[in-house]
Design a protein around this ligand. Sequence first.
Ligand SMILES: [Fe+2]
Length: 182
Amino acid sequence: MERDDALALLRRYVESPSHIIHSLATAAIMKKIAEHLGEDADTWEIIGLLHDIDYDLVRGDMDRHGIEGRCILIESGVREEIADIVMRHNHTLFGDYEQPVEIALQAADSASGLIIACALVKGGAISEVTPRTVRKKFREKSFAAGCERHRIRMIEPLMDLETFFLLAIEGLTGIRDDIGLT
Ligand SMILES: [Fe+2]
């Protein structure tokens, strides 16, 4: 599956503009992590794009989140391996993540909102966000309080947080026009 096909599929199921942005951001971070680790960047990007495909369908029902996503993806002809990763990313049902791609998805999913929030306090300028900014806001628990810091920390066996924040900022910088940042 190509990126354009994944994006078209996502748009077929998810209407919320903010969740499209969340998916684009998660995908961009996944791609950067994969490049850094020498993994399959195109596949990791697609996993990021598709990970919340059931977002509108389940409406916050965490007992169905991911499971419905897996069904949609299988019906759409997406590889089972990708569909399984999407299903298992719901950490409230699963959580024993050992594969680097699953660990990366936990961190990218959680960090996307934190880093976008960091840009928004700088007037939407991702160009003004540094790993230091993110580290500071990461420690400030009341900032972007919905961002689950422990899921970001899962990346630590693969790289230090400083490196991760840098990759994530680079990822979002690369798609800044698509996610409304400068
Ligand atoms: Fe997500």
